[in-house]
Every structure is written in structure tokens, then in C-alpha cells.
Design a protein around this ligand. Structure first.
Ligand SMILES: Cc1ncc(COP(=O)(O)O)c(C=O)c1O
Length: 475
């Protein structure tokens, strides 16, 4: 007997029954519970996905998503490129394709990688349904329950559900303004070795990291690749943002420094074209690539030929470099707006990163404030962010938050940060009232910078006005 039989009819009937008799929902849950695989017990939902339903409300200013601004993509260009695909390759676009992707798509990907300075061969490329699928496929190929993955702390919140689904034991390495602390990584690898545990891979977003916004320095890049070679460890380099640089000199990717031995590179068109095309790629050493390919066969059969032909035609149209330049200029301005708003509205106890590219700022509040609780209060004021805990697997990150600046207008960013600032100050005042003291605020900017040295490319924040300081001090 199938679940549906036991439920008393077709799915359609089930749904009708659910609607008319909501009490049956609990019974249904119990009925299904025995069928789920044990791994579903540790599967978690992505914080951003959960937030998306709320943040889609038009009255909510969402600084939570990682959304690029797709409104800047000219509709006429989209129509023209689609028309070209329809005219030139309609049958191919509508057909299944090879699992590793169309050759022309893999060649196009190699030209995109060359923009970032990396040379790749089309035979080393697997086209995927976004960068997210690369993370999933790497876990699928390498992770048995209990295996160790080393990641940055904080890590990309969207990777957390993937790591959890494969029941990995994730060890997170602290970061500062120069990205992952590679010295701490080495100490951790030594400790794991003593415990007889060899990590299956190191996951990193070295450039304009999501969520921290920081970039791994060149010396650390070199050292990380050396460490991978010495210890024969795979590094998964996730690089959605490398081409979105607002300032500073481009750095070589880990893939480039590695020379094709231990680095698996994950790229995507989501942030340099549009996430709706759902197209990304992996470049990996052949034996790894073969396993990724097998995993992809089981999950998607092949990446969408329609999407691939669209991307190929769009890049051939010659509009792409100007479009990326436009995005860079737009996001640079929005980053500046956000940094100004943070300086104006967050209290002196807060610190935040200053990204040189990408989409995110990571802010840290005094450690007695919990940003998960704060989010509930912020949502009441119709503003959302990602609470820091979403970027850790061990409960850390409670006083931090991720703020996105690419997906909102200048006005929305200003207003959103002002509302968050209000909620934060209310909580600080409440803390002061309840404890009878104000949190210790280091007197000098250099002391504050030291305190916030974790992830601190800390801005010199304006001091509080005298009157305000007095008001707080008398509480
Ligand atoms: C670091 C990182 N990796 C992967 C992804 C997933 O992107 P895609 O749309 O290519 O699946 C994102 C999306 O925000 C990301 O920030």
C-alpha cells in the first residue's frame, strides 16, 4: 500500500481533504515520519530561503537576500537574444544535452574564466545548474556521514544545508580582514591529523566572501595552495563574485595558483548575468570531474540546453563586458550608501567590514545582542537581514548579521539601515535599563578596532554626540 493509498485517494483529493480538515495535518506528518531517510533528520533549511517568503512582501525592505539587481538587464536584449536562440537553435534548445554541457557552453565558460585571468580547458569543465549544484555534487562525491569539511567561519549560509544533508562534520576557521586565517587552518589540520581525521575538502569563497565581504590576501592564497599540495587536500574554491570588483587589484584565483591539481573551482553566471538562467560550472582535476559528472547524471541528467544556448548567444552579442561594468558601478555606489548609512545609524559599539567587491557587508554588534532575536524585531519594522548564526554550524555568529547592498535601491538601503539602527539602539537601551549599566565601549578607536579584529576592516566610526552620551551614562 502506498502512502497515497493510505491517505485515501489521489493527491488532489488529499489536498482537498487537508484544506477542509486541517486537523489531519498532524496525523499526516506522523504517517510520513517513518518513511523518511535518517539523513532528513539533520537536513536544515537555508535561512535565506526561509526569509524569502517574508521578504517578498512589497512593504519589506530586504537586505537579507543575495539578489543581484536583475532590473538592470535590458528587456530588449533579453528578447533579442531569445529570438536568436529560437531562430538558430530551437530544436537543440528544446532537446536533452550532454551531462557535462554543450561544448560551445564549456568554451564560453573558458573565455569567462580568462577574464579573471584563469586558463581552463573545455574538457575540464562540467556545466551545472548554478554554483549551488557544484557544492552539492562535491559533497555527494566526497562526503560520507561524519567526514570532515573545513570551511570559513562564517561560511556561505547556502552551503550549510548541503553540508548538513551529507551529514558532514564541519570545522570552521576564523577570518579577519585578509580572509581565512590560514595559520589557524594549519593548526586545525594538525589537530585533526592527531585525531586521525583527514578532511575531505576545504570549502572557501576567497574573493568578496559571502557573507563576510572580505578577500583572501595573496600571501594567504599562496600558502593555502601550498598547504593543499603538501597535505594532498582538495580545496573547493567557490567564486561567484570575482568579476564584481569595485576597487583594488584583481588577485589570482586559487585555481590559477594550483595548476590543476587540488583545486575544484566553482563558477556561476548568477551574479555576472542572472540567477534565473540557473547556470554555473565546475572545473576540476579529471578523476574528480568524472565523479561530479556521475552525480549530475543522477540528479539533473544534463544542464538546461536552453539556458546554455541563451548564455552563449548573449556573450556572442558583445553586450556582456559593458553589463558587468554597469553592475560593478551600481553595486559600488550601493556599497558606499550602505557604509555611510551604517556609520550614521549603528552605535559606536558596532563594527563592520568594507568589501572591495561582491554583494555583502558583515556587521558585528556587542555580543550580548542576539541577531536572531533582533531579526524578529526588525521584521516588525519591515526590514530583514540574515542573522549571523545562519553562517555557522555550531551556533556561533549570534551577534553578527549579513547585509546585502546589491538588491535594493539607495533609498531602501538608507531606510533599511536606519530601521535596523533603531532596533539595535532600542535593545542597547533596554540592556542598559535592565542591567543598570551600559556596555563597555572602548574609549579609543584603536581599542575598538582591536576588539573587533575578527573580520575587522573596521571603519572609524563617528563618536556619539555629547548629549546622547550623557543621556546614556545617567541610566
Ligand atoms: C558563495 C556562493 N556560492 C554559491 C551560490 C549559489 O549560486 P548559484 O545561483 O550559482 O547556484 C551563491 C549564491 O548566492 C553564493 O553566494
Amino acid at each position: 500500500m502506498t502512502v497515497e493509498d493510505r491517505g485515501g485517494g489521489s493527491r488532489g483529493e488529499d489536498r482537498r481533504m487537508d484544506r477542509s480538515r486541517p486537523a489531519s495535518a498532524t496525523r499526516d506528518l506522523e504517517r510520513y515520519a517513518g518513511l523518511f531517510a535518517s539523513r532528513t533528520r539533520v537536513m536544515t533549511s537555508s535561512a535565506m530561503r526561509d526569509l524569502m517568503a517574508i521578504t517578498e512582501r512589497p512593504d519589506v525592505i530586504s537586505l537579507a537576500g543575495g539578489l543581484p539587481d536583475t532590473s538592470t538587464f535590458p528587456a530588449e536584449t533579453l528578447a533579442a537574444v531569445m529570438a536568436r536562440v529560437a531562430a538558430d537553435a530551437s530544436a537543440r534548445a528544446l532537446q536533452y544535452g550532454p551531462t557535462d554541457g554543450l561544448l560551445a557552453a564549456r568554451e564560453t565558460i573558458c573565455t569567462v574564466m580568462a577574464q579573471g585571468g584563469a586558463e581552463a580547458h573545455p574538457d575540464d569543465v562540467l556545466v551545472t545548474t548554478g554554483g549551488q549544484q557544484v557544492i552539492d555534487l562535491v559533497c555527494k562525491a566526497l562526503i560520507d556521514p561524519g567526514d570532515v569539511i573545513v570551511a570559513e567561519g562564517p561560511t556561505y549560509p547556502g552551503a550549510v544545508p548541503a553540508f548538513s544533508a551529507y551529514q558532514a562534520d564541519v570545522v570552521q576557521i576564523a577570518m579577519d580582514a585578509d580572509g581565512m586565517r590560514v595559520d589557524e587552518l594549519e593548526e586545525t589540520l594538525d589537530r585533526l591529523e592527531r585525531e586521525g581525521r583527514r578532511p575531505k575538502f576545504i570549502y572557501t569563497v576567497p574573493t568578496f566572501q559571502n557573507p563576510a565581504g572580505v578577500t583572501l590576501s595573496l600571501p594567504r592564497r599562496r600558502r593555502l595552495v601550498e598547504v593543499a599540495h603538501q597535505r594532498e587536500l582538495i580545496v573547493l574554491e567557490d567564486d561567484p563574485y570575482g568579476l564584481l570588483r569595485f576597487e583594488g587589484e584583481p588577485l589570482p584565483t586559487l585555481y590559477e595558483l594550483d595548476g590543476g591539481h587540488f583545486v575544484v573551482y566553482a563558477g556561476t553566471f548568477s551574479k555576472i548575468l542572472a540567477p534565473g538562467v540557473r547556470l554555473g560550472w565546475a572545473v576540476a582535476p579529471r578523476p574528480v570531474l568524472e565523479k561530479l559528472n556521475l552525480g549530475a547524471q543522477a540528479s539533473t541528467l544534463c544542464p538546461s540546453p536552453f539556458a546554455q544556448l541563451f548564455v552563449i548567444a548573449y556573450l556572442e552579442s558583445g553586450h556582456w563586458p559593458a553589463y558587468v561594468a554597469e553592475l560593478v558601478a551600481l553595486y559600488r555606489r550601493r556599497r558606499d550608501v550602505m557604509l555611510e548609512a551604517l556609520a550614521a545609524h549603528l552605535p559606536a559599539e558596532a563594527s563592520w567590514t568594507r568589501p572591495e567587491g561582491g554583494l555583502f557587508v558583515w556587521a558585528t554588534l556587542p555580543d550580548f545582542l542576539d541577531t536572531t532575536d533582533l531579526l524578529a524585531l526588525a521584521l516588525r519594522r519591515n526590514v530583514a537581514f540574515v542573522p549571523g548564526r545562519a553562517a555557522y554550524l555550531d551556533g556561533r555568529g549570534g551577534s553578527s548579521l549579513r547585509l546585502n547592498f546589491s538588491g535594493s535601491s539607495d533609498e531602501a538601503i538608507r531606510e533599511g539601515i536606519a530601521r535596523i539602527g533603531l532596533v539595535v539602539r532600542e535593545q542597547l537601551d533596554l540592556y542598559g535599563t535592565l542591567t543598570g549599566r551600559m556596555p563597555a565601549v572602548p574609549a579609543r578607536a584603536d581599542e575598538r578596532a582591536e576588539r573587533a579584529s575578527e573580520l575587522a576592516d573596521v571603519l572609524a566610526l563617528p563618536r556619539r554626540g555629547r548629549g546622547e552620551a550623557r543621556r546614556r551614562d545617567t541610566r
